[in-house]
Structure formats: structure tokens, C-alpha cells
Design a protein around this ligand. Sequence first.
Ligand code: IVH
Length: 682
Amino acid sequence: MQRMSREEAKKRIEHLRSEIRRHNYLYYVLNKPEISDAEYDRLMEELRHLEEMFPDLITPDSPTQRVGAPPAKEFKKVRHVRPMLSLDTAKREEVIAFDRRVKKELGVDSVDYVVEPKLDGLSVELVYENGRYVRGATRGDGVEGEDITENIRTIKAVPLVLRHGREVPDMLVVRGEVIMNIRDFEEFNKELLERGEEPLANPRNAAAGALRRLDPKETAERPLDIFFYEIMHHEGEHPAPETQWEALHALKEWGLKINPHAKHCKTIDCTLAYHDEMESIRDRLEYEIDGIVIKVNRFEYQRRLGEKTRSPRWAVAYKFPPRESETQIMDIGVQVGRTGVLTPVALLKPVDVKGVTVSRATLHNADYIKEKDIRIGDWVKVARAGDVIPEVMEVIRERRTGKERTFTMPDRCPSCGSQVVREGAYFRCTSGLSCPAQLKRSIEHFISKNAMDIQGGRKTVELLVERGLIRRISDLYRLKKQDLLDLPRFAEKSAENLLSAIAQSRHRGLARLIYALGIPNVGEYTAHLLASRFKTMDALMKATKEELMAIPEIGPETAESIVNFFAEKRNREEIEELRKLGVEMTHEEEGDRLKGKVFVFTGSLEHFSRDEAKEAVEREGGTVSNSVGKNVDYVVVGEKPGSKYKRAQELGVKMINEQEFLKLLGRKPPSHGVKRLSEFIP
Ligand code: IVH
């Protein structure tokens, strides 16, 4: 790339930033993107590159600066400009009574309202000074919240600079709801499961957990979204909006995403109809809502109506009926996860929860059971959000008979009987892969589609573990046909298929192998990052916490868990075993396979002309030389090789045939037609 002057770079950087902001607005606020994700990424990449060349031009509001703040020790407390109130909830008749009271107090015949979905997330307050994002806080107790400025900065839908679609006030304080979309939540839960962590009960908990990470990098990894719905404070020359409806439009013009379902209602009947309509589309929305919020539109009316201590007198929440069902806990069982975490599970009298029969529900951990005082025999409310694991929400105390029994976590692992240790809220069996439950889960993960992809093995693995034929992961590669034929329902053909699937899995590459090992906190994506950074298992195993954290996407928790994993003797030995059994442990990136390697060709090749061979090497990042020297890595020997063959022999340079050359290129070697090296050596 041509060298750019600082002035030129500055101009280009400003242009790129304003383009990126415009595309953010089109994408997040208007939901009408003009460019593809790839084009957007290219703009970001160019900006990042320029900022790297001219670091003094980086400003905190640059779109590249969402993540980068160091982890916090704790969250500072911040006082809200005005108390962040919550809402009274009302049933249908109470909504009608609310409308009557409002009109009476104002002494008017008609009042108009704004209705909005009641989003099931966490409310936050954001402060913009002269159009720049400066602070973000949780609601806390309404008066004082926690300073989560850096965490909120990582949410892509939060503009770091307000748009000038309307005069930007000197100071603007807005309130909104941070949510996680249901699809993202399910995806995220899947990842947690794969990492051997506890899945979360619902998107709201996931969003809450994400916002409360001390390390903003970890917040950034979680897919959060936000809708804005309130102007708390407005300071500046230009007049502030006078109604909620105007306020929503103003928010939008500043680039603050508002919910598209908000509506202006002239009568209370309109708000009731809106409630029913939203309830009917509730399950089709991408996020969870639990009702609607009805707000008096005119701010002057709002001021006159005033506030109670905790809630305004100008708004109510009209909630939907809950998605819960009532049933009884017959017993409480314990599940052992891949990393040994014990999860208590309520075994329920089967019950229909929004169209799905539920007979098990998670109780999360011992603290949850204690907090909610859940007992065996209790009648409970069970809920389900989206496709999520059902959860015991609360005990129906009125139905207690006195015959209920309390539950205590076992002090021995239900699968292997060894001692259980307590780690914070979790109980864990620490006997690792000698625990059959953990071994089964680990192997299931190892062979899963995105890991080593050994198909048709799941049920078999269970059996093999139970029969003691598999005691560790590497035993998979030691299986013999007879081992399988001894199992019920295994015939010659199916045994061969499984063995061949196992054999093929040796060549899935480093990234999948890292993922397959099931290192806590290392999902597929992290595994790929590690593979392309370290290239070999050996290099990764030697990596220090600092080296790992030098990868921008890797935080201290993940780095530590990787270091700990490789510090375990048992894990290192297992990797050694896998290596001996022929499992590949290097990373080859396309276009990178022959990086830095020098080739010499002698003799004629069957599948390549000289030029084609040269091109193939160069495409993979290698170079071709005309003469054999000590710097040469491979001499490819074809038919009727010349003097270079002799020279290579003298110097002891590695010689390969065409078949091996193809393999290096990552192409399938043809099964015939290529002769063995020895056949044409003179
Ligand atoms: S207005 C004083 N609008 O509901 C006005 N709140 O129970 C209070 N919420 O803490 C907020 N969607 O977290 C408002 N469209 C919406 C909302 C909403 C969800 C939440 C918010 C608040 C709680 C009040």
C-alpha cells in the first residue's frame, strides 16, 4: 500500500468513521442496510489498519474502540439524574380505571397515549454529552446504579456519537432496555453447553449476566441488543420534545434505536386492542416481551400527574398472562456435566407448558433451590422461554401439605461415587475422565459434528464406556473391529463404517481438535483463533497466559483455563497418546500451507507442467528455486530426474514424490498413476 501522509490518513479516517456510523444507523435503527456484512467488515478493517499506522488519530468514539477498556475490579456507583422508576402493573379493568382517573385529575375529556411493548430485559441509563457517549449505568435501586459504561459501549446498537438528524443537545440522558434476542440466546446457550458450562434459564438472565461482566471483552462476546424508550433529561438551546411520541421520533433521529411496534393511541380502547394484538404476535417476535406499557403522551400532563415513590402516575404496565404451568415435583435428580458440574433437576409430573409436555426442569444449582426454598413434593410454577430448557420458577406455598422433603446436594458423585467439592454456587465432581458420566459427555463432545465429526458413534460410545472398552478419549483410536462386533446389533459393515469414520477423524486439523478437547471456555471460535495463532499443538501447550491474552478476543478467564488445562499431566499425556495414534496436530490455513517453504522440481510430473507446479506452490505461500541448496525444504522428484536428484542426495535434502507433493498441497492424491519414488530412481 502506498504511504499515506498523516493529513491524508486523517481525512480518510474521518470519512470511514462517518460512513460506518451511517451504516450502523441504517442497519440498527432503520433496519435497512445498504451494504453487505462483508463490505461493512472491509470498511472496519481499513479503519483499523489506518488507526494502527497512526495511533495518535484514535479517538474514544471511533467505531473500533468498543472493546479495549481493561477489566474493572468492581463497578463504581453512580447517581441517576432523576430516579429511574418502575411501573405499576394493571389488569384490564384497572387499565380502564387508570384512564378514568387520569382524565379526572387533569380535568379533560380525552387523553392520548403511547403504547409500547414491555421488553423483558434490563433497564439502563445512558448519558451523551455534546453528542458523545460518556456514561452508562444500571438501574440499581432506582436512585443509584452501577457504572457499566465500558460494557454498554460494546453493544453495537449503541451509537458512540449521536446523529445530527436533529439538533444534538448539550446533554442528553436516555433510558432503554438491554435485551438478548431469543435466537442469539439459544445459540449462546449452546456454546455454554459445549464449553461445559451451565446453560442460562432465559434471555433476560443472559443479558443481565453479560452486562455484569467485569471484563468488557466478555460482554462484547455476548450478543446484546438495546431499545431506547425514554428521555430522562435534555439540556441545550433547542427545545426538548413535548410528548412521548415526539420523544420516540427524536431518539430515532439521534440514531438511538426505538422499538418499531410503538404506537400512538387516541383512546384507551385502542390501547386494549394493542395489548391483544401484541399478545398474538408475541411468539413471532425475535425477543421476549411480557406485556405492554401505556404512557400518557403529553409531558405536561405527565408532570401534572406526578409520581409516587417508586412509580409514575402517568403510566402502567399491562402484562400478558404468564407462560407458566403448575405441576408437582416428584423427585430431584442430579446430572453430571462434562466438566463435572452437578446440576439438580426437578423430575415433574408431566405438564403442558405452552404446548410442550415438560417432565424435567432445571433447578440450576444448590443456591437456587435454597433461595426459592424448593422441596420434593412441592407444587411449583414451571416456565419456558422460546426453545429453552424449562425452569422451576417458584413454589406455590399455599399448596404445601407439610409432607414435602428438603433436598441436599449429594457429597458423592452419583456417577462415580467420588467426593464432590463445592466451588462457589457449583458442586463439582473432580475425578475428571475417570468418572463415567464425565467421560461419556466428553466423548460425545469429542465426536460431535463440529468437533471431530465421527458419525454414528453416540450410542455406541455409551456402550463402550459402560463395558470398559473406552476409558479415555484416545481409546477411540484403539478400537478394533472385534470390539465392535461383540456389541449388540453390530455387524461387519456397521463396524467397518464406524472404524473408518474414526480413522478419517484423524485429519480434521488442529482447530477442531482443540475444540474437541473440551477445554473450559474454549468454544469453536476460540479454538480457531488459537489454531491460527499457534499453528501447532506443541506451541499452544507452551503458551503463557500473557501470550494467550495478546489475542484480542481472549480474556483472562479463558487464558487461564487454557493454561490450567495444559498444566494437567493427564491432559498432556492424553494429547501425547492421540499424537502417537496418528491424530494430526498442526494447522493449515488455505493459502498458507507451504508458507516459507522452498521447493525444487526435478524430472517430469504426471499432474502438473513445471509452470503449474510452480503456481501451485506459490498459491500456498511457498517458493520455487532452480537449484538445490541447503535452504531447500523439498525436492520433488518426478519421472527421469536430472542431476538435481544427485545433488539433493549429497546435501541430504528431503525428497518427495508427486503423491506426497499433492498431499502437502492439501489435494487428494490420485489412487493410481503415480509411481513410487523407488521405481524411477536410477
Ligand atoms: S418506561 C417511569 N417503557 O419495565 C417509566 N419501561 O416495570 C418506566 N420496560 O424498569 C419505564 N419496556 O426495565 C418503560 N417500553 C418500556 C419498557 C419498560 C420494558 C421495563 C423497564 C422498567 C420496567 C418497569
